[in-house]
Ligand binder design. Structure first.
Ligand code: 5GP
Length: 206
């Protein structure tokens, strides 16, 4: 029984909650899940590669994308611009692929406004103090940047009720959160409203 177009999963939550690691683990377990690579004006960090982790663009290039209507949503975050290119998402969903993306919280809400069918997942650490520990441990931001990210995180936590799911990323058991994300992906596929009407009718009359 076909469920029609692909599903859009938006994994959001504060910086340091573990979005990058968990989404990567999820993609390893689900080979057909497509990842929406964002555009950003931020400089590459560590071993990040262009086109894989982000499309690293200049502010001028970003403006061209934005003003040309090529971004599904965009936000300024901590002094840099981030946005979701729309073509890849649209094409993948139409072709029947599920797509995952990991914008910050306002971006996630903007995606929901554009795609009311999107599944919004809020990822939180088991303790707020773990955000700071994770950001410190990855050694990619200055102390000021970390402080700013934690301030933003406090604000972001206020939007938790606008999401469909909460997943807790326990510091010592990240595999639990990956399992939870997979369970959500699996269950969402079977929601009645996802099935085309003729599929439901066939079941009714069988
Ligand atoms: P980072 O600099 O740590 O890679 O990302 C900073 C924040 O921007 C994170 O919360 C990340 O989820 C968010 N982000 C990444 N890509 C996008 C995007 O395309 N749109 C929005 N709104 N936020 C993004």
């Amino acid at each position: 029984m076909s469920t029609g177009p692909g599903l859009l999963f938006v994994v959001s939550g504060p910086s340091g909650a573990g979005k990058d690691t968990l989404v990567e683990a999820l993609r390893e377990r689900r080979a057909t899940l497509r990842y929406s690579v964002s555009a950003t004006t931020r400089a590459p960090r560590g071993d990040e590669r262009n086109g894989e982790h982000y499309f690293f663009v200049s502010p001028e290039e970003f403006e061209l994308l934005r003003d040309g209507g090529r971004l599904l949503e965009w936000r300024q975050y901590n002094g840099n611009l981030y946005g979701t290119p729309c073509d890849y998402v649209e094409e993948s969903l139409t072709e029947g692929y599920d797509v995952v993306m990991k914008p910050e919280v306002n971006g996630a809400l903007a995606v929901k406004a554009a795609y009311p069918d999107a599944v919004l997942i809020f990822l939180v650490p088991d303790r707020f103090s773990h955000l700071r520990e994770r950001l410190l441990a990855r050694r990619t931001e200055t102390n000021e940047e970390i402080a700013r990210r934690l301030e933003i995180a406090q604000q972001e936590m206020k939007f938790i009720r606008s999401f469909d799911y909460i997943v807790v990323n326990e510091q010592d058991h990240p595999e639990g959160a990956v399992r939870d994300l997979e369970a959500i992906l699996q269950a969402e596929r079977f929601r009645i409203h996802r099935y085309p009407d003729d599929s439901i009718r066939r079941v009714e009359s069988s």
